[in-house]
Design a protein around this ligand. Structure first.
Ligand code: ADP
Length: 283
């Protein structure tokens, strides 16, 4: 199996304060990998290191076999990135943004125009090719960012909170695009706060907290590890959650209780596991 991304004991500190702390994991080619974590967990810093935008303080990172520190150009040719902040130029047209990016990647004509047309068509922006980007909706801008990131035909796409702030219809359209690209063989790493997004899209999930990877696996593996059954009990204004290995175990626990008032049983989901692992503190 081809390894798309490999991190080995990666650390990153800003002003001697560690923000990524001994991170090691591998993403295989073709995988859709979801990176979750509360704000400040170190997800964006990890994406910035993976995409050569910032250097690790310590440790090794490879993208399709290329070291991001010693071979950044070779690594960059293989990766595309869609960052949180909308990075397209509002005063240029859709086509001009694509043209500029393609030229920066030294993509020659006539292939350049063919690729621009192909990807604008793919993200449903062909009819808006001559519109100024500042006149586009948030969802259109995000689709343009994706089209632009695909121009140099990367093998892996990094998406940092790709659907934040978008309405449900637009989110679902982006999910279709992301899923379809993955079906065509594109490896993907995405970060998000939306658990349904991860459950719907991702093959494997890594949960980060305080700069460390605290859990890694498929949704089913995470549920088996942390418990597939959940007993929920309302205590005053609060809800208490107790995990059980299976739904059956949770049900038999409930059946043994003399007073079942305010108690219910259900299968655990990713959000339950996420909150259990990362705590219920608010930031
Ligand atoms: P996440 O994406 O999970 O919310 P980040 O990677 O953005 O987390 O941030 C992790 C921590 O690193 C935060 O405490 C943030 O304040 C800090 N941090 C990120 N970038 C910088 C920087 N350029 N200088 C100093 N601290 C930073």
């Amino acid at each position: 199996m081809t390894v798309a991304v490999h991190l080995e004991n990666v650390h990153k500190s800003y002003n001697n304060i560690p923000v990524v702390n001994d991170l090691s994991f591998t993403i295989n080619a073709g995988e859709m990998f979801g990176l979750l974590g509360p704000n400040g967990a170190g997800k964006s810093t990890t994406i910035r290191m993976l995409t050569t935008l910032t250097k690790p303080t310590q440790g090794q990172i490879e993208v399709f076999g290329y070291d991001v520190v010693s071979q950044p150009i070779l690594a960059k040719q293989r990766l595309g990135v869609v960052l949180q902040a909308v990075s397209v130029d509002g005063d240029l047209t859709v086509w001009e943004n694509m043209e500029l990016h393609a030229r920066l990647h030294h993509i020659a004509n006539p292939g350049r125009q063919r690729l621009i047309d192909q990807w604008l068509e793919y993200v449903d922006l062909a009819p808006r090719r001559n519109s100024l980007v500042k006149t586009l909706s948030g969802g259109m801008k995000r689709r343009l960012q994706i089209a632009r990131a695909l121009l140099h035909q990367p093998q892996i796409l990094f998406l940092d909170e790709p659907t934040v702030g978008l309405d449900p219809q637009t989110r679902r359209r982006l999910w279709e695009i992301i899923r379809d690209l993955n079906k065509q063989g594109m490896t993907m790493l995405l970060t998000t706060h939306y658990m349904d997004e991860v459950e719907y899209l991702c093959d494997r999930i890594g949960i980060m907290d305080g700069g460390k990877l605290i859990s890694l696996g498929t949704l089913q593996e995470l549920r088996s590890t942390h418990g597939e059954g959940l007993v929920i009990k309302q205590v005053g204004e609060r809800w208490e959650y107790v995990f059980f290995p299976t739904l059956e175990d949770a049900n038999s626990y409930l059946n043994q209780q003399e007073n079942k008032t305010g108690m219910m049983v259900r299968p655990s989901n990713l959000e339950d596991i996420f909150v259990e692992l990362t705590g219920r503190k608010l930031d």
